[in-house]
Design a protein around this ligand. Sequence first.
Ligand SMILES: [Zn+2]
Length: 98
Amino acid sequence: MKCDKCNMALKAISVKMLGETFKAKECPACRSRIVNLDIAMKLHDKIVPKLKCEKRIIKIGDSSAITIPKGIRHFFLPGSVVTLDFDPQEMAMTIRKE
Ligand SMILES: [Zn+2]
């Protein structure tokens, strides 16, 4: 198998990421890596976990707030801008990062 960018032969490597060790192929020139689809899906699920949890609303000064769960907080770092969409009929609020 050859690299799409460099046309160099890919080398089999072992990669340790997110607590998993898996086989991949790497281009010796541009360091692009290829993994099979099953491994990619497994890593995707670890990186982007689906989340549904119960949170208690807390008071910060005159405001009400919730904290961002640990598993997804890297998507919502302090200073990030989000859009809140409140549906009063469903009593549901969606937080969307653009
Ligand atoms: Zn390459």
